[in-house]
Design a protein around this ligand. Structure first.
Ligand code: GLP
Length: 255
């Protein structure tokens, strides 16, 4: 077994891994709540974190986990989608987490995909400022796209990039085509936190499930650390925990 300079946790299934991640987030949130202080969470969308959110909802309903002290900032949003569009990340977060727990609406922040074009730079600066005003992100949850993106930081994104407007990679748009009923309806652009925004989080959890992600996971963890695979930059972070299932780990050398 190869030595890794990051914390790699391999589980038989995504369900088992998701329960552990949810428990760690819940414990951190409960601790802060007991101290009457906030926990700032950076949250991801996509299929990857769904079971984590499901478990957090269960802990809220069955085990008194409260989100009153949680401040959540989502990674990204498609440009041009109304908040109520079924594929908007705003709607995704409402459906999977926010409408099912006791988070205060003002603490459940997802980038606005309908910002007028000329207001986007100021909007993005303000998004960064809001995160900083809350004391920065304590825990950032991440998935990875098959392009190597984290958030929507596609190949070419620099290590110190901040929240901004980006063009989506072809691979990303193809992967989203089913959800949108065809590639032509997949937005071409998005607003995303930057790689620098993500790396500023105090703790990062990267979650990766399934064999479709095996090749990009191997590139991200064992290839060069550079802009061609933005997810590789998380290896420079001092506190990153990587949770994968067996299928996602099958192309890692040394396993
Ligand atoms: C999406 C999101 C990412 C997510 C990734 C993987 O487009 N912008 O934050 O991690 O692509 O998606 P999935 O979890 O569905 O594989």
């Amino acid at each position: 077994m190869q030595e890794y300079d990051f914390n790699l946790n391999v589980f038989p299934s995504s369900r088992e891994a998701s329960l552990v991640v949810a428990k760690e987030i819940a414990d951190a949130l409960s601790l802060r709540s007991s101290e009457n202080s906030s926990l700032v969470l950076g949250l991801a969308t996509g299929s990857t974190p769904v079971l984590v959110y499901e478990e957090l909802v269960r802990l809220h309903l069955r085990e008194h986990l409260s989100f009153k002290k949680a401040k959540c900032f989502n990674l990204d949003e498609y440009l041009g989608l109304e908040a109520t569009h079924p594929e908007s990340y705003q709607e995704f977060m409402k459906r999977n987490l926010f409408s099912k727990v006791d988070i205060l609406p003002e603490n459940a922040v997802v980038p606005n995909g309908k910002v007028p074009y000329d207001e986007i730079p100021a909007y993005c600066e303000n998004y960064e400022a809001k995160i900083k005003d809350c004391g920065g992100i304590d825990i950032q949850v991440l998935g990875i796209g098959r392009s190597g993106h984290i958030g929507f930081n596609e190949p070419g994104s620099s290590v110190d990039s901040s929240t901004r407007l980006v063009a989506l990679d072809d691979v990303t748009r193809k992967d989203a085509a089913n959800d949108f009923g065809g590639i032509n309806d997949v937005p071409t652009h998005a607003i995303t936190m930057g790689v620098g925004t993500i790396l500023a989080a105090r703790k990062i959890y990267l979650l990766v499930w399934g064999k479709a992600k095996a090749a990009i996971l191997a590139d991200a963890l064992q290839g060069p650390i550079d802009e061609s695979v933005p997810a590789s930059f998380i290896r420079n972070h001092p506190d990153v925990s990587i949770f994968i299932d067996e299928a996602a780990g099958q192309m890692l050398v040394g396993r």
